[in-house]
Ligand binder design. Sequence first.
Ligand code: SAH
Ligand code: SF4
Length: 372
Amino acid sequence: MATNLLGLDSQGMERLFAGMGEKPFRARQVLKWIHRRGAADFAAMTEIAKELRAKLNEAAAIEPPVVVGDGTAPDGTRKWLLKVDGANAVEAVFIPEDGRGTLCVSSQAGCTLDCQFCSTGKQGFNRNLTAAEIIGQLWLANRSLGVHGLAGGVGAGNRAISNVVFMGMGEPMLNLDAVIPAARLMIDENGYGLSRRRVTVSTSGVVPGMDRLAAECPVALAVSLHAPDDALRDRLVPINRKHPIRELMKACNRYLERAPRDFITMEYVMLDGVNDSDAQAKALLGIAVQVRCKFNLIPFNPFPDSGFKRSSPERIRRFAEILQRAGLTVTTRKTRGDGIDAACGQLAGDVTDRTRRRITTGGTVPIVEHRA
Ligand code: SAH
Ligand code: SF4
């Protein structure tokens, strides 16, 4: 089977080229063609010798996911539904803002972790995405946003996408074999050339994954905290039963030792009457002192039968104020993509569940059945 070059980082590409008896600089040239210039086939790669292009045509391919849905909300937020195989489609979302454009990418078809307020979690889980399927979201978005002229190509500075966040479907820390090469391509100067601070991996708190990412590709880190104590977090974010808040905070500090960015973003979904009281804000301060961090409050985005309600704007303002008065930096995420279900936590894609989610009682981490 032809190797899909889309998913190879510079190391992977050099290894492949070495195996074909080609020099490392050829690998870099091809990498640039694919990611900086958005080339979809080898014929376009004009300065590469014809013989090598023929060889590549035999042994390799550039195969992105297939776009099966593409919608834009009135606020400019754009969502693509990407078919990754016969059974699964995942979503990527582009969020334009003043002076920057953020692409939110998915890392898994579904998610095994079953956070109570998350639509992706409720879909169950099918499989990990490959590195090609993850980077393919950025490759496709760049092409669809019309900033890739094949003639000469454009520099990263001119691109619509200035930031990438792993906040789409799935838990990136449970798929690091694919997430790490994809993140490396994002920051590679021959790839997308984004600074490490402009690539953010968000985790619900998979501690071993945080340590591995710190060692292998320490991009910016966001942690989905969502509760000030273990009793509530155990319920909202079931992975907390395995890695409780104390362990999570220790892992954050280990991450900061390696990360070029000097703080962790703590995400906190605002759920009416569940985690949004004054007392809970004050309890959070006890956690915040343990780690250099900023808070990002996310108004809950509803989906059918979620059982939760969004906190009122007044409640969110008051909650933020308590944190700010204690000296913390707090931002409240603007809700984007209304009308196309593109807001945080609303991405469901089209996932064929292979877990026993639907026959387990709520909240248990399901067992994944392996395909024969
Ligand atoms: N699995 C990773 C990344 C994907 S979710 C994680 O959990 O961090 C990205 C962010 O959206 C997380 O902070 C997640 O908790 C939050 N989120 C999930 N469902 C949401 C919802 N319905 N409304 C608002 N935010 C939600
Ligand atoms: Fe998975 Fe993140 Fe959703 Fe939790 S919030 S179910 S970890 S995608």
